[in-house]
Design a protein around this ligand. Sequence first.
Ligand SMILES: [Zn+2]
Length: 173
Amino acid sequence: MIQDDANAKNKVLTDDELAAWVTHEHFMQLALQQAHYAGELKEVPVGAVIVKQGNVIAAAHNQCEQLHDATAHAEMIAITQAAEAVGDWRLEDCTMYVTLEPCTMCSGAILQSRIPLVVYGAVDPKGGAVESLYQLLNDSRLNHQAAIVRGVLAEPCGAILTDFFRALRKLDN
Ligand SMILES: [Zn+2]
């Protein structure tokens, strides 16, 4: 199941849909804040939060540079934090909010941790494994799937990345 919030804006929403959308934007704002922290630390600005029953149980950003670790994507760190918070590797009633479409590694971790709903901001045409290059969260050959809501605050989630890489290129020149 893929919902597209960008399209949702152009139609009349039911109260439930509107409430869900407001909720998604609220938590995506927190993920975006994490992305900003990452940018300040010269990390690729991607942020993720995990929410359980309305409570934020994990908030993380990319730390590949700081930790010298290619696996230190925001989603991976958030999943570890959330598992610690609930005392279980199964994150069955949690929602992940992430500013960028997850990559193959993070999509794998989302399935392994059984997160049932992933809400993301910007699409990643070069590395996204949720819809762009692969549709890993919707592959019926795998044991688990996750529902997806895409395009929540897509514009600021994408802009922070574009600005970051533009600034990097300027430094290179
Ligand atoms: Zn990733």
